[in-house]
Design a protein around this ligand. Structure first.
Ligand code: GRF
Length: 189
């Protein structure tokens, strides 16, 4: 792994973080924007955590200042490669200046189809027969950036949001750690 320290950003249940840890990847810190299960997943694995509380979105929310706080947290732990794993706050340019070409994301659709926070709902509503997940290099433009890995899953006639998302996440839990491993082996680039 050539000494590159991996930071994971999460906001939710942290099942992809869990898979990343189970894959034996050297997670140096988990940063979350809220109190969430991902913090407990990290703590149980003995991984340091940083809670950079976002608070409510609204006119008072300073996204650039929040981004700087996230970058500071990552830099405190000397992170060299960042993996977003269900992180639900859009980050601004300072993140991509600090970690240019060294931020990965996993998204639950076959990008460029269905970008944004409601990818699984939108795929269901569109009636597509196939969707999937995409691992890509993240940039300041949400859900764009170079596609590193992609895998399709079927949409079944009786799927709900929960069943379809779980089918996609089952793939993400394998594909994302494998892609992160390759990025670490490449020196974080
Ligand atoms: C994944 O589907 C990821 O693509 C999306 O959020 C989900 C995170 O799942 N951005 P979990 O919190 O790791 O279970």
């Amino acid at each position: 792994m050539l000494g590159v320290r991996l930071g994971v950003l999460a906001s939710g249940t942290g099942s992809i973080l869990e898979a990343t840890l189970q894959a034996g990847l050297p997670v140096a810190v988990v940063v979350t924007d809220r109190d969430c299960r991902a913090l407990a997943v990290a703590a149980d694995a003995g991984v340091p955590t940083e809670l950079v509380e976002r608070g409510p979105l609204g006119p008072g929310f300073d996204r650039v200042a929040f981004t700087h706080r996230v970058v500071d947290a990552l830099q405190r732990h000397e992170v060299g490669l960042v993996a977003m794993a269900g992180f639900m706050t859009i980050l601004e340019k300072p993140m991509f200046d600090a970690y240019d070409g060294r931020v990965l994301n996993t998204h639950p659709s076959l990008l460029p189809a269905f970008p944004g926070a409601h990818a699984v709902e939108e795929a269901l509503a569109a009636g597509v027969k196939v969707t999937g997940c995409t691992v890509h290099g993240a940039t300041a433009d949400v859900d764009t950036g170079p596609i590193l890995a992609q895998e399709a899953v079927p949409v079944l006639p009786d799927d709900t949001l929960a069943t379809l998302h779980e089918r996609i996440k089952t793939v993400e839990r394998r594909l994302y750690p494998a892609t992160i491993r390759e990025a670490l082996a490449g020196g974080g680039r």
